[in-house]
Design a protein around this ligand. Structure first.
Ligand code: F6P
Length: 344
């Protein structure tokens, strides 16, 4: 078999670990050849690629980012793009394409299978952890650890100055990182997109905590969190070239409102892309390795238009149709019954 691989969308710790596992399994166990497309779908459309061998992958397991490069955007943004993908697969004799990506890339993969007959197999990735059909996406646990490490450090400086620290983490549509890092980091409040927040309640929680003589409050805010209608000014965002809101900054508005309502000095920390960079945690390295191996096995078993996914302790395959158009939101029982117990 000749297998193509690409990484699409925002990068994420563990991408190289998946590619490495694909290459090892495909070459050593099946005698396949593997070609990596550079810069996601751009590399497919422009036929920019590199041959991937056991040697080229050496030493990449702990490296963050992706040796293939990644981009947002899709063949559907270009006239004749999907047909061009078909043509390139034929010219390069690619039998199957492994797409390592989040909701956007996996949806594109599903359409390319249905509309131009590409044999695709997905591997779900995103630190946001919001792909439907898998219990967890690789990269998420590394991002949570990075955010938690930052919160731990912020506790001591916040305590010394008796300040509120508003910590903004990634999470466009869902508050997975915020909820996990908030629980792990002992946050006074966690604001997530799934639950529009009332700033007045958050201010009350902070005041309650300070009234008990507890200094320092850490308020964790997912970048996509929104205030409940009419409670404070709604944040305004520009659009990026892909028509998505260019998020970032809700923490500034939350900090301003908290200062006005509590009088406590407030500081803002946006962790941003630090969460996406750097070496994957051991958990993610193992997960990525399992997913990469499973992707090659699935292709050789004739599985098509599916993604490898985590179900409990197992790696399974799930049809891409099951995830298209869906978002995996935070388990609200975790948020409502656990995280909120520690608010205030
Ligand atoms: O990969 C998803 C994500 O981490 C979102 O949480 C965030 O909004 C987005 O990436 C930002 O990505 P970029 O700066 O690459 O456009």
């Amino acid at each position: 078999m000749r297998i193509g691989v690409l990484t699409g969308g925002g990068d994420c710790p563990g991408l190289n670990a998946v590619i490495r596992a694909v290459v090892r399994k495909a070459i050593n166990d099946h005698g396949d050849t593997v070609v990596g497309f550079l810069d996601a779908w751009d590399g497919v459309l422009e036929m920019r690629s590199m041959e991937l061998t056991v040697e080229t992958m050496r030493g990449t397991l702990p490296h963050g980012g992706t040796i293939l490069g990644t981009r947002r955007g899709s063949p559907y943004d270009t006239d004749g793009g999907p047909q061009r993908v078909r043509e390139v697969m034929n010219i390069m004799s690619i039998d199957a394409l492994i797409v390592i990506g989040g909701n956007g890339s996996l949806t594109v993969a599903s359409r390319l299978h249905d509309e131009v007959g590409i044999n695709v197999l997905g591997v779900p990735k995103t630190i946001d952890n919001d792909v439907e059909g898998t219990d967890v996406c690789f990269g998420f646990h590394t991002a949570v650890q990075t955010a938690t490490d930052a919160i731990d450090r912020l506790h001591t400086t916040a305590e010394s100055h008796d300040r509120i620290m508003v910590v903004e983490v990634m999470g466009r549509d869902t508050g997975w990182i915020a909820t996990y890092a908030g629980i792990a980091g002992g946050a006074t409040a966690v604001l997530i997109p799934e639950r529009p927040f009332n700033i007045e309640y958050i201010a009350e929680a902070v005041k309650r905590k300070h009234a008990r003589g507890k200094f320092a409050s850490i308020v964790v805010v997912a970048e996509g969190a929104m205030p409940a209608e009419g409670t404070m000014p709604m944040p305004q965002y520009d659009l990026d070239p892909y028509g998505r809101h260019r998020l970032g900054g809700i923490s500034v508005e939350v900090a301003r409102e908290l200062f006005q309502r509590t009088g406590f000095e407030t500081r803002v920390v946006q962790i941003g892309h630090v969460q996406r960079g750097g070496t994957p945690a051991a958990f993610d390295r193992v997960l990525c390795t399992r997913l990469g191996v499973a992707a090659v096995t699935a292709l050789h078993e004739g599985v098509e238009a599916s993604m490898v996914a985590v179900k409990g302790d197992d790696i399974v395959t799930v049809p891409l149709h099951d995830m298209v158009g869906k978002t995996r939101y935070v388990d609200l029982s975790l948020y409502d019954n656990v995280a909120t117990v520690f608010f205030g």
